[in-house]
Design a protein around this ligand. Sequence first.
Ligand SMILES: [Ca+2]
Length: 51
Amino acid sequence: MALGDLDGDGDLDLVAGASSTVAVLFNDGTGTFTGMQTVAVGAYLQWRWPT
Ligand SMILES: [Ca+2]
């Protein structure tokens, strides 16, 4: 599990990894994590963050 500002909005987002997928939760700015998305690790580098 890791924290980082993945979408560039200034709030730390959460990434949780599993063996073949990663789950991404975006901080809405109040400490609430929403919009969980799960992507395959193989596609991770090509995946575009939602805007
Ligand atoms: Ca963010």
